[in-house]
Design a protein around this ligand. Structure first.
Ligand code: ZN
Length: 234
């Protein structure tokens, strides 16, 4: 079933740089008390924020900004060799209260709709599953969304995200090695504004969500090695 998309234009966008290819899809949660409040903010010229799509909890999909335009969702951060994710990204907001208003699992209807939207996006822009990332992945020093309840395994089963199943074996924690493994996946702990602990926390939130504490224990080290070994090169 194709995703039905309704237009609710936001004025908050600009041109992409000439020739800028779309390389990533960035997933967010709205982190506000209600979907109506989030939609109003994403369309308010004074807020200076937007996304290309908004998926509500019932599975309705709204298009706020055309994909050809540069929406304002990612902000400061980096992933792989990309230092401006708005230039090269499609932003999708999921209506969700976030960590500040009662963090909870994402409804199935919302995830189903997101998957249908992603199927079309990845096909249209010829993007691999690893192009789909979390806002928290590119900006671990200041963002947590969509967070540890986001069902990456559901997306991965449908070929819509990179999330290898191998849990890895516990390994002796080694911060230097961990930094290199994070970098191989796409995290940027080498950038001073990000750093190792926030990048580790972001990694745990996505790949080892049982405990998100930024501590490099043996289980985190093992899972890190397993995920990095499976990560496509960049
Ligand atoms: Zn976000």
């Amino acid at each position: 079933m194709r995703a039905t998309v309704r237009d609710h234009p936001s004025p908050n966008h600009g041109p992409r740089p000439p020739g800028a290819a779309i390389r990533f899809v960035v997933l967010h949660y709205t982190g506000m008390a209600s979907g109506a409040a989030a939609l109003a903010r994403l369309r308010d010229p004074a807020s200076g924020v937007s996304a290309h799509y908004l998926v509500d909890e019932g599975g309705d999909i709204l298009r706020l900004v055309p994909e050809t335009r540069r929406a304002w969702h990612a902000g400061r951060g980096a992933w792989r060799d990309c230092h401006d994710l708005n230039d090269h990204g499609i932003g999708i907001e999921l209506v969700h209260p976030g960590h500040d208003f009662g963090y909870r699992p994402f409804p199935d209807a919302q995830i189903d709709a997101l998957c249908r939207l992603l199927e079309g996006l990845l096909a249209r822009h010829r993007l691999p599953p690893e192009a789909v990332i979390a806002h928290g992945d590119l900006a671990p020093h200041r963002k947590r969304d969509p967070g540890e309840f986001f069902p990456w395994t559901t997306l991965a089963r449908r070929g819509l995200a990179f999330h290898p199943r191998d849990p890895g074996r516990p390994l002796p924690p080694d911060p230097l090695a961990a930094r290199a493994l994070l970098l191989r996946i796409g995290y940027r702990p080498d950038l001073p504004e990000i750093g190792l602990v926030p990048a580790l926390r972001a990694f745990q939130r996505r790949f080892r969500p049982e405990r998100v504490d930024g501590i490099l224990d043996a289980a985190t080290m093992g899972r890190l090695a397993a995920v990095a070994a499976a990560a496509p090169p960049w």
